[in-house]
Design a protein around this ligand. Sequence first.
Ligand code: SAH
Length: 236
Amino acid sequence: MRKILFLYSLILYVFTAFAFSQEDPFIQARERMVERDIINRGITDERVIEALRRVPRHFFVPKDLEKLAYEDTPLPIGYGQTISQPYVVALMTESLQTKPGDTILEVGTGSGYQAAILSEMGCKVYTVEIIKALADKARERLVALGYKDIFVLWGDGYFGWREYAPFDGIIVTCAVDHIPPPLLEQLKEGGRMVIPVGPPWSLQSLLVVEKTKEGIVTHDLGAVRFVPLTREKRVQ
Ligand code: SAH
């Protein structure tokens, strides 16, 4: 009897282990990425690290690029746009210094990956995307993955999302040559904005902009390369 019970438990164990490894074949690749490209490169915020451990980046890239999803590199997502490299996502998220329950505005939804990271950290995310096809795809993907507190708008993020302002934090994931005044307006006092500022199709400075009682304080986190913020709403 004992032998049968043992055999039964063994079969159950092997079956469960198999089922789990089938569920997410990228667990190990993701863990490797978090160790090699996030922790080893100096990201220390545990909430950010945990979020990167949880979000399945391979769902946010085209199927034929799935195998590259856990390399520390930006990848094309169609329509001439890219999903940012994981280290830059982690750096920007850490610099935003969010708390659970914060309301965050993102400009440049792209694949929806950055929004998912913020949602995993307990933030409510309002994200604006100027290319309709990408906005629709990201919304669909985020719903399928079960994210309930991310809201995607097809529009020009230069103007923010007035209806839900002010925001505790704003993250801009496309390059601009100046800080859009509507975004500064929609940032709460004491809030932070992370934004790549500089010429398009070149290197920009990743700025952290704090809105204090005394005025605006900025820190430069270094050079980055983002696709430009454009001003024309596109269906395709
Ligand atoms: N955060 C994204 C990556 C963004 S790539 C992710 O996690 O995948 C930059 C995105 O900004 C592109 O999808 C581009 O279409 C979008 N974008 C460019 N100009 C914009 C604007 N004015 N308003 C909103 N989105 C814009």
